[in-house]
Design a protein around this ligand. Structure first.
Ligand code: SER
Length: 318
């Protein structure tokens, strides 16, 4: 990987992945792109940046050729709750953007990474220790685009030899960029509100388990999988990975260890609750561990401590 193009680089993952990869591969070798072009932004100012709408196939190919890229990390997509509210747009962006990016990868013979999600599973999937290879009949537009994306990436590998790789991310938690429109967002919002207001009203109900991961582990996973020896990969799109599984009252208890007066209440949003109910409680990541050495460092206590420490600085709370 010498020249890496990242789409959706100002989103939740991209905002940190670009900086992380620039440190490893060199600032000038990670070309960040996004539909937005904000000023005073680390990703925009820290290395090459191009304005790019992923639905503009010609521009995507032009940018990739201009920078002579050999790797594409395609992150631009709508998350689950937004996709459920705007299913037509979600299909257009999630599938249209992916198709355009895969076509560029095919033409330029690029290595390719795109994230799938625990949202690629549905109500018929075994809920506990969800296997790598299992039933995938999601009931959301987000899930439909994620399963279709996994299949399309496998097709590009088998048919055209494009070196596609992917993971099924759980809910990702970070203090840098907000997720914006996901079902697992409560597990990010709760830390902000705990510090700012000492209380949080969860839109996901007590007892709803979902898989989660702290962003540093997610960034490591992307780099490790992209660097993995292809001869060891039996799977490609996409590997189950997770770091922890918890339900809202458990994260609240963890926060109380740091902020004893913290109060949790519930006002369940039926749409996001139904999405969460259709997803696994916890997924099995044996294939990722065996085939490319996936490993997560943070659990709920260590993540909570780091989130609260970092957010205190970010929000200037004493
Ligand atoms: N975090 C995502 C969401 O909630 C799941 O991939 O939409």
């Amino acid at each position: 990987m010498k020249k890496i193009l990242v789409t959706g680089s100002l989103g939740q993952i991209g905002s940190e992945l670009v900086t992380h990869m620039r440190k490893i591969y060199g600032d000038s070798n990670v070309i960040a792109t996004d539909i937005k072009v904000p000023e005073n932004n680390e990703v925009v100012n820290g290395g090459p940046f191009e304005a790019l709408d992923v639905l503009d196939a010609n521009k995507m190919a032009e940018v990739a050729k201009k920078h002579n890229v050999d790797t594409i990390i395609h992150l631009a997509a709508l998350l689950s709750a937004v996709a459920e509210a705007k299913p037509v747009l979600a299909w257009q962006i999630n599938m249209g953007g992916l198709f355009n990016a895969l076509e560029v990868a095919r033409e330029l013979n690029c290595k390719f990474f795109t994230p799938s999600s625990i949202g690629a599973f549905g109500c018929d999937t075994p809920k506990d220790n969800t296997p790598q290879d299992t039933i995938q009949r999601p009931g959301t537009m987000y899930g439909v685009t994620k399963v279709s994306g996994e299949l399309l990436c496998d097709y590009y590998f088998k048919k055209f030899g494009v070196d596609t790789r992917g993971v099924r991310f759980p809910g990702l938690i970070s203090y840098v960029a907000p997720p914006g429109g996901g079902t697992t967002d409560y597990a990010v919002d709760i830390y902000y509100k705990a510090l700012q207001e000492g209380k949080y009203t969860s839109f996901i109900g007590e007892g709803t388990y979902m898989d989660m991961m702290y962003m540093p582990d997610a960034l490591n996973a992307i780099v490790t999988l992209l660097e993995a020896d292809p001869s060891k990969l039996k799977h490609r799109n996409a590997f189950n990975i997770t770091a922890m599984s918890f339900e809202p009252s458990q994260i609240a208890e963890e926060i109380k260890k740091h902020i004893p007066e913290f109060k949790m209440s519930y006002d369940v949003d039926p749409i996001r609750q139904a999405i969460a109910d259709s997803w696994p409680n916890s997924i099995d990541c044996t294939a990722a561990r065996e085939e490319w050495g996936f490993n997560a460092k943070y659990d709920l206590p260590s993540m909570s401590k780091d989130m609260l420490d970092k957010l205190k600085i970010k929000l200037q709370i004493k």
